[in-house]
Design a protein around this ligand. Structure first.
Ligand SMILES: C[S@@+](CC[C@H](N)C(=O)[O-])C[C@H]1O[C@@H](n2cnc3c(N)ncnc32)[C@H](O)[C@@H]1O
Length: 257
């Protein structure tokens, strides 16, 4: 970096679940002021379109099994752009602190003397609950919300924490669990959660084409397979999901049965 150049800053911004009106005002301002924007696969075109036309836009993640940029490459890219003095926005679907690698990225940037700011976003579970009309906690019924992934870094199933997840007063929000769902639900039942517990898988939560697939621990995996979803899916386990009410406007969301 030349001596007279002030290093820029990196803002790690939550893009929410897709629709631009689910961005926070702070996220919107950050995107509108971005000079370089690195975005994940789950960021919607509607949100991306809010960035200035002169802003450098770099996609870092690809869906449908295609390769994503390596984390080390993303880190180096953010660093290089910030050292040029640019306002860099690292845009992530949902909330950046929930399975968004915000810890790794801020640690790397701080180690290289770059200032960061994290701007929160609406996470998939919150978007799903709001859209399909159920709460994530409910007085006297669901006293805890446990956000978990089903898989570890190497793709194998998570081994720990199943007893807490099986507690009937816990609402469980499972991210990145679509492919492991049959095994996850079996594990919950093996740990004592009732097979009749209500559950719901939500595809594309927050967006107008969101789809909810309801069921119980015993049949949700089959229901989801039959629904043939292709978008991102969050699975909510807990009797709060039995309170779901599908509302009409403004979203044309559907419940697959
Ligand atoms: C790497 S995690 C990112 C989570 C994100 N940071 C958030 O707060 O929503 C990706 C997983 O989040 C879930 N997810 C993200 N966006 C979603 C959406 N709009 N609808 C349903 N699930 C979603 C899916 O389980 C997906 O596999």
């Amino acid at each position: 970096m030349p001596h007279d150049q002030v290093p820029g800053r990196v803002r790690l911004v939550g893009a929410g679940p897709g629709p631009a009106d689910l961005l926070t005002v702070r996220a919107l301002r950050a995107i509108e002021g971005a000079q370089a924007l690195l975005y994940d696969a789950l960021v919607s075109p509607e949100v991306l379109a809010l960035a200035p036309s002169a802003c450098v836009k770099i996609q870092t993640g690809k869906r449908a099994g295609r390769a994503s940029m390596k984390q080390e490459t993303i880190n180096r890219l953010m660093l290089r752009l910030a050292r040029r003095g640019l306002e860099v926005v690292r845009l992530k679907g949902g909330d950046p602190s929930i399975f968004g690698r915000v810890g790794e990225e801020t640690q790397f940037l701080h180690a290289h003397g770059i200032e960061t700011e994290v701007v929160p976003g609406v996470t998939a579970a919150a978007a799903a609950a709001a859209q399909f009309g159920f709460p994530l906690t409910h007085r006297g019924e669901a006293r805890r919300l446990l956000i978990t992934t089903a898989t570890t870094r190497d793709g194998s199933m998570l081994q720990s924490g199943w007893a807490a997840a099986a507690d009937p007063e816990t609402t469980l929000a499972i991210y990145m669990g679509r492919d492991q769902l049959p095994a996850v639900l079996d594990r919950l039942m093996a740990n004592g959660r009732s097979p009749g517990t209500s559950a719901m898988a939500v595809e594309n939560a927050g967006s107008p084409d969101a789809r909810a697939v309801p069921g119980t621990l015993a049949d949700l995996a089959d229901n989801l397979a039959a629904a043939q979803v292709s978008g991102p899916v969050v699975v909510i386990v807990g009797d709060v999901t039995a309170r779901a009410a599908v509302r009409a406007a403004p979203c044309r969301q559907t419940v697959a049965r």
